[in-house]
Design a protein around this ligand. Structure first.
Ligand code: ATP
Length: 266
């Protein structure tokens, strides 16, 4: 076990109530500052793994160590002081002002500092996430991209050492996607996110975990693991690295030849 690892998964397993395996024998170690993307086909177990890692789902098989200590030994308050999550289903009351919604993240650390210091931190996070000009808007008036940044801002006011995000770019346009992922990548906080969009991963993550049918097929630095062979094995599609203006631009060839044949027949 690496002494410097912040998060360690050891032989994690999880089963559905009917006994079918959802996660099988998953082990990896993550260093502080890493940004881990969990990728895999639909139903592979990505959200289940994320929920185990952040403590939403209790661990019944294997163990998770956070800063060298089993996550199960943390009280919920201790966990909230280390871990912040942005789930797929955040649904804040639309009448809340953005500023008040983001301040909810400070609840676990309210006693740590003065009201003025909390207000200063809140302004800092709102500025960092580009939301300061919208601070007095109601949540219902925000766009999808702004709302996603508000969820991340709420998580950041918790001052976590680990940030978990489940599909943070779902339903966002390319510009909003870029803003959300750049924000996470530049935070300097160890982060774990479920990401469907493979071509975004080389730009915004340092590490990748490839899941297929509840098993970890590969884990490691993105440049070593996100290879055409692994993508073909896990997703059954071709992963291409195109060269443009001295940059490598990743691309996916997802066209299915049998469907184009059908179109020709029609
Ligand atoms: N509590 C549960 N009981 C039974 N089956 C479950 C439960 N939770 C998840 N599953 C099933 O386990 C599988 C993995 O689900 P999970 O949501 O982790 O996959 P995922 O990789 O995140 O999928 P997607 O990409 O579609 O979001 C799915 O087939 C899902 O239906």
């Amino acid at each position: 076990m690496g002494d410097t690892s912040l998060l360690i998964a050891q032989g994690l397993g999880h089963t559905a109530p009917n006994g079918s395996p959802l996660i099988q024998d998953v082990s990896f170690e993550l260093e502080p500052g890493a940004v881990l993307a969990i990728a895999g086909p639909n139903g592979a177990g990505k959200t289940t793994l994320l929920n185990l890692l952040c403590g939403v789902e209790p661990v019944k098989r294997g163990d998770i160590l956070l800063a060298g200590r089993s996550l199960s030994s943390y009280s919920s308050m201790q966990r909230a002081r280390q871990i912040a999550t942005v789930s797929q289903h955040e649904s804040p009351d639309g009448r809340l002002l953005l500023r008040d919604y983001v301040a909810l993240g400070q609840i676990p650390i309210l006693a740590d500092q003065s009201h003025q210091d909390h207000q200063r931190d809140l302004d800092r996070v709102l500025a960092l996430t580009g939301l300061l000009p919208l601070a007095n808007n109601s949540m219902a008036r925000l766009s999808g991209g702004e709302r996603q940044r508000a969820h991340i801002a709420r998580a950041l006011t918790q001052k976590p050492s680990l940030l978990f995000l489940d599909e943070p770019t779902n339903h966002l346009d390319p510009d909003a996607k870029g803003r959300v992922l750049s924000l996470v990548a530049d935070l300097g906080i160890t982060s774990v996110m479920v990401l469907h969009d493979l071509v975004m991963i080389p730009t915004f993550a340092t590490h990748i975990a490839l899941l297929k049918a509840s098993r970890l097929m590969a884990f490691g630095p993105v440049d070593q693991v996100l290879t055409p062979q692994n993508v073909r094995d896990v997703f059954g599609v071709d992963y291409l690295c195109l060269s443009h203006k001295n940059r490598i631009i990743p691309a996916l060839d997802i066209r299915k030849s049998n469907i184009s044949t059908q179109k020709e027949i029609l």
